[in-house]
Design a protein around this ligand. Structure first.
Ligand SMILES: N[C@@H](CCC(=O)N[C@@H](CS)C(=O)NCC(=O)O)C(=O)O
Length: 227
């Protein structure tokens, strides 16, 4: 065994992409196993690897971890990206949960039926610009620091840069009117580990395409019985 965390998921973003981002920001190398057949998934269930029969799965420090939030908070805690005290953690948690709600809309977007796409895109735009981004714009403006919490990079910053870039892919002008977030984006994108992650050939996954959607549906939605 290499000792590197092993990420087991589809060859795409989904719920694993924030894990990739956080490991990269922490400077941790990882290995990946990509699922593209139903049999691989059923095997993981049968051998007891998936506590709740769900992905993502991350093998780390002798554990088979599931539940995205648990995985992320373990990595954040281990690599000092989770604040210096309980109050900083509380703010990191609030920011992360808000960003996760926005990212959930983006993650589910490719799975929405064609007739719902326009409405769902409008909702992402509305929520990004009226609910979520204003919070981070105001926070950065008020304390005047480079990062959201405690004047040093945290899990919340890593999730925020991921979210900003994901929303921009759909709505390129979304940061117009968010001067702080524009500067934040430049700052975060220039951090050496993140800069490298944003280059072609890195483990960062491309935006989901039809093949990705079809693979996820094929792997997850066939009938499966434990008997
Ligand atoms: N709360 C879980 C949700 C995981 C989840 O819904 N994973 C999907 C794949 S992205 C899955 O395994 N779905 C199959 C199922 O729920 O039966 C987490 O955040 O990890």
């Amino acid at each position: 065994m290499s000792g590197k965390p092993k990420l087991i998921y589809f060859n795409g973003r989904g719920r694993m992409e924030p894990v990739r981002w956080l490991l990269v920001a922490a400077g941790v190398e990882f290995e990946e196993v990509f699922l593209d057949t139903r049999e691989q998934y059923v095997k993981l269930i049968k051998d007891g690897s998936l506590m709740f029969q769900q992905l993502p799965l991350v093998e780390i420090d002798g554990m088979k971890m599931v539940q995205t939030r648990a995985i992320l908070s373990y990595i954040a805690g281990k690599y000092n990206l989770y604040g210096k005290d309980l109050k900083e953690r509380a703010f990191i948690d609030m920011y992360v949960e808000g960003i996760t709600d926005l990212m959930h809309m983006i993650m589910m977007f490719p799975f929405s039926p064609p007739e719902a796409k326009e409405k769902n895109l409008a909702l992402i735009m509305e929520r990004a610009t009226h609910r979520y981004f204003p919070v981070f714009e105001k926070t950065l403006k008020q304390h005047g620091q480079d990062f959201l919490v405690g004047n040093r990079v945290s899990w919340a910053d890593v999730q925020l840069i991921e979210a900003i870039l994901a929303v921009e892919e759909k709505i390129p002008a979304v940061l117009l009117g968010f001067a702080q977030l524009q500067a934040f984006k430049t700052r975060m994108s220039n951090m050496p580990a993140i800069k490298k992650f944003l280059q072609p050939g890195s483990p960062r996954k491309p935006p989901p395409d039809d093949h990705y959607v079809a693979t996820v549906l094929k792997v997850l939605t066939d009938e499966w019985s434990p008997h």
